[in-house]
Design a protein around this ligand. Structure first.
Ligand SMILES: [Zn+2]
Length: 265
């Protein structure tokens, strides 16, 4: 891991580690403490609201076998635990949390699962408002409900720091709707191999876009099949530069400015 982090820093890439449950939220902070240019988010991912195991060929490096399932455990957002972490100066946002209707574990009614996800998302939205942090949203196949949750909080004067919808794979209309409440959309390596996402990104203004790798998943071309790492965010930037007809430097500068503005780093 230290090699991966150092390679990114040496290549001019700074990083935000993303918490997905109690352990990774804490570990992200420990890593961020050790490096200048590394920050952390803390939160509970919707896939960790219920215990499940799944295999996703889009997310796992090619050398991994289908037996290498991603296994999750079930947690609820424990406010007292996260309250201790949020005070850390390297914690820049709450997340990733949100709604994931693509991956609902089998054997339970979807209504209950969705209700549970919404309840945990609402807790974290309110937590972010309370501690005046932006949010990093994970949303899959649930943009209408996700938007409604965010908008309801904003209408009540919450989420003043707004946030970003990470690993955005929605439509240009979804992106525009998020923009209307001051949210950014973050693009991963999927844009390097998905014609569909390329078409969507063409329609999203550059000032609305952030970039990320979602390492170790979703390796961008030309390194598909290898484990992803933060340095490869440059490959995401290159494709966006081509789609927008601007230079790589311009994409790098503007997305960095956007990220610094959102996370106050
Ligand atoms: Zn995610």
């Amino acid at each position: 891991m230290d090699d991966v982090v150092q390679r990114a820093l040496d290549g001019g890439v700074q990083m935000i580690t993303v918490g997905t449950q109690t352990t990774t939220s804490k570990n992200g902070i420990l890593l961020a403490e050790r490096y200048e240019g590394v920050w952390a988010t803390i939160g509970l991912h919707p896939n960790h609201v219920h215990k499940q195991a799944f295999f996703d060929e889009n997310e796992l490096p090619a050398e991994k076998q289908p037996t290498d399932e991603i296994k999750t455990r079930s947690e609820t957002f424990d406010e007292s635990y996260y309250r201790e972490l949020v005070a850390h100066p390297k914690v820049v946002a709450i997340g990733e949390f949100g709604l994931d209707y693509y991956r609902l574990p089998e054997g339970q009614g979807p209504e209950q699962l969705i209700d549970d996800q919404k309840r945990e998302a609402k807790k974290q939205i309110e937590f972010a408002s309370q501690f005046n942090k932006p949010v990093v949203i994970h949303c899959r196949d649930a943009h209408a409900d996700q938007f409604a949750l965010l908008k309801a909080e904003i209408d009540q004067g919450g989420l003043t720091r707004r946030g970003v919808v990470h690993c955005f794979t929605g439509t240009a209309e979804d992106a525009e709707r998020y923009a209307s409440i001051g949210f950014k959309t973050s693009i991963t390596g999927i844009v390097t191999f998905s014609k569909e996402l390329q078409a969507v990104v063409k329609d999203i203004p550059l000032e609305q876009i952030m970039i990320e790798t979602d390492s170790p998943y979703l390796t961008p071309a030309p390194n598909r099949g290898k484990r992803n790492e933060p340095l490869y965010v440059k490959d995401v930037a290159k494709v966006i530069a081509d789609l927008k007809g601007v230079s790589l430097e311009e994409v790098a500068e503007r997305t960095t400015e956007t990220a610094k503005g959102l996370f106050l780093i």
